[in-house]
Design a protein around this ligand. Structure first.
Ligand code: ZN
Length: 154
């Protein structure tokens, strides 16, 4: 039997904050990706976040690897880090579904189950920061579409 108290709402918020800060300080999959098959730039003019996303697909349209580089606020960097962790290993169709799921969740107040990405839902309380969190997802969408224009949150 565990005698650990169940997590309170505040505990969860602290955990999410920790997760965001951790990914902002030590972004995963940061840097240029060699042999990328897809690439897109993303810009969030509202905050000044800029990133380049790299994706490498295999012949079966599975995301073998993904990385990003750029600069921006903690939310945009953490979101890009979490996004790459989420989509590496996924078939493109699944990654597109995640894009729909996450961007819809971040721009509505629906209750959703996002696993680790739940950490991003805290930004819904700060509408001006939602675009920081969705930027990397828009870049992913553009990259998979081979869109040569930078993805912008505006
Ligand atoms: Zn930002």
């Amino acid at each position: 039997m565990s005698n650990v108290a169940p997590l309170s709402h505040d505990d969860l918020r602290d955990l999410y904050r920790e997760l965001i800060l951790n990914h902002a300080r030590e972004p995963r999959n940061f840097g240029k990706l060699e042999h990328a098959t897809h690439k897109a730039d993303g810009i969030n003019p509202l905050c000044g976040d800029k990133l380049t996303l790299y994706v490498r697909l295999d012949s079966a349209s599975v995301i073998q690897d993904a990385s990003f580089e750029g600069s921006g606020c903690a939310i945009s960097i953490a979101s890009a880090s979490l996004m790459t962790e989420t989509v590496i290993g996924l078939p493109v169709d699944d990654a597109r579904n995640w894009f729909e799921y996450v961007t819809t969740a971040l721009t509505s107040d629906a209750d959703v189950e996002l696993g680790k990405l739940q950490a991003l839902m805290g930004v819904r309380e700060f509408p001006s920061r939602v675009k920081c969190a969705t930027l990397s997802w828009h870049a992913l969408h553009s990259a998979l579409d081979n869109d040569k224009n930078p993805a912008t949150t505006e």
